[in-house]
Design a protein around this ligand. Structure first.
Ligand code: FAD
Ligand code: PYC
Length: 417
């Protein structure tokens, strides 16, 4: 790998007019059979493949993607990374992920542009203040960096925010996780894909999975647009399509899908060097290295599989952004898009075995699965390799919706839904 990506090859490629670049991963035809077939070539599926190969020596693995790598929510999100979740189970899982983020560029030898610029969550009411206060205390008990900012400290940390009295959304304080930040979403898919491919994983794009062969309660094969592929184990990592695939396998999930949308502005010089989120006003903002403002909304209340979202949500979000940041009122918006987020009743994910033997599910990350990509892949690989969850994901089982052991993270999700 070293010689392929040396400084000389970097120079050669830089001067090649973007022609004859080596492929970052192969595009093989599927083999008749694999030890593990992972369905879904988003960050979670690709990270799982990488950690299966790297941590568990399982390399006879295929990742089957119906479209292109990262074309789902991985390439559609606003890239916020943080670990300030309320309950111990979540804090440990997301913090494990954040620690992996901190070494990921080096681990993958791929610049994932992880920028720990700090994530601030605003409080606009006494209720918000109490929720943030409780969460900051819980975070600190779990060793997760988290601090409270007074309005004056909010202004110091983010000088362009408007805190004048009488605003529609008065800021009474904020939580700050300084180790939180943003990353490049495509890079996470490409980096894991290249590293998994180098370890022998087959990545197969434009290959929708259309069904399963299940015999005596055990999965034996997946039916795909490129034919039947036998599989020792099958791992779902299809985010907004989890329920669709589960139905094909004959079980139900407590997952509801909503459109979640985002938009970017025209690029401008650096003006905001942190991430600001406000659950209550359904808006969050950061600035990309290219200069665009990256703005996101709360979920659309309507259930659906739309990847575009709707104007009423965009209007509400931009109204809030303009109220909090009046200097953005004259900015032009360039593009908006949506993704399909798979939400569980407790706003926590499922990383678990399923009622079908040999089949596993990783889904329900809803509005917050980008930050967890490395950690999720890591624990999912362990679960598949050992046929048992790792202690970090033991609580995120499918049966918690019948045992009642829910992990309610609606507050920490920080995106209204
Ligand atoms: P995906 O990237 O969606 O990958 C699933 C893949 O499965 C897709 O590529 C899809 O094509 C494939 N697939 C589906 N059906 C089939 C089939 N039948 N056969 C084969 N392949 C199939 N999270 C954060 O932590 N921070 C954020 O700031 C953030 N912002 C967001 C903003 C928006 C607008 C959206 C939509 C989401 C946001 N999220 C955020 C959530 C985050 O994007 C997701 O939780 C995460 O990316 C899910 O990754 P994934 O790999 O599971 O899913
Ligand atoms: O989970 O931090 C998050 C998030 C931000 C925007 C969407 N999700």
């Amino acid at each position: 790998m070293k010689s392929r990506y040396s400084i000389f090859s970097l120079l050669r490629n830089a001067l090649s007019y973007h022609e004859n670049w080596p492929e970052a991963w192969r595009s093989p035809e599927p083999k008749p059979s694999y030890d593990v077939v992972i369905i879904g070539g988003g960050g979670h599926g690709l990270a799982t493949a990488y950690y299966l190969a790297k941590e568990h020596g399982i390399t006879n693995v295929a990742v089957i993607e119906r479209g292109w790598l990262g074309g789902g929510n991985t390439g559609r999100n606003t890239t916020i990374v943080r670990s300030n979740y309320l309950w111990d189970e979540s804090a440990h899982l997301y913090e494990h992920s954040l620690k992996l983020w901190e070494g990921l560029t080096r681990e993958l030898n791929y610049n994932v542009m992880f920028s720990q610029r700090g994530v601030m969550n605003l409080a606009h009411s006494q209720h918000d203040l109490r929720e943030l206060g409780r969460r900051i205390a819980a975070n600190r008990l779990n060793g997760v960096d988290s601090e409270f900012l007074t309005p004056r400290q909010v202004k110091q940390f983010c000088p362009i925010i408007d805190l004048r009295e009488g605003g529609r959304y008065p800021v009474l304080g904020a939580s700050l996780q300084r180790r939180g930040g943003t990353a490049r979403h495509d890079a996470i898919a490409w980096g894991y894909a290249r590293a998994a491919d180098a370890l022998g994983v087959d990545i197969i794009q434009e290959c929708p999975v259309e069904g399963f062969r299940i015999e005596k309660g055990r999965v034996r094969a997946v039916e795909t647009a490129k034919g039947t592929i036998e599989a020792g184990k099958v791992a779902l990592a299809v985010a907004g399509h989890s329920s669709v695939l589960a139905e094909l396998a004959g079980f139900r999930l407590p997952i509801v899908c909503h459109p979640l949308q985002a938009l970017v502005s025209e690029p401008v010089k650096p003006v905001i060097d942190c991430v600001v989120m406000s659950n209550a006003v359904h808006a969050y903002i950061s600035q990309s290295d290219k200069g665009d403002l990256v703005i996101g909304a709360g979920v659309d209340r309507y259930i659906g599989y739309s990847q575009s979202g709707g104007l009423p949500v965009t209007e509400e979000t931009l109204a809030a952004i303009c109220e909090l940041f009046p200097l953005f009122r004259r900015m032009r918006m360039m593009r908006c898009w949506g993704g399909t987020v798979d939400t569980c009743p407790d706003a926590s994910p499922i990383v678990s075995k399923t009622p079908v033997e040999g089949m596993y599910i990783n889904g329900g990350w809803g509005t917050g699965g980008f930050k967890s990509t490395p950690g999720s892949g890591w624990v999912y690989a362990h679960t598949i390799a050992h046929d048992e969850p790792h202690p970090l994901n033991a609580a995120f089982k499918l049966d918690r919706f019948t045992t009642g052991y829910l992990i309610d993270e609606h507050g920490a999700a920080a995106v209204a839904h």
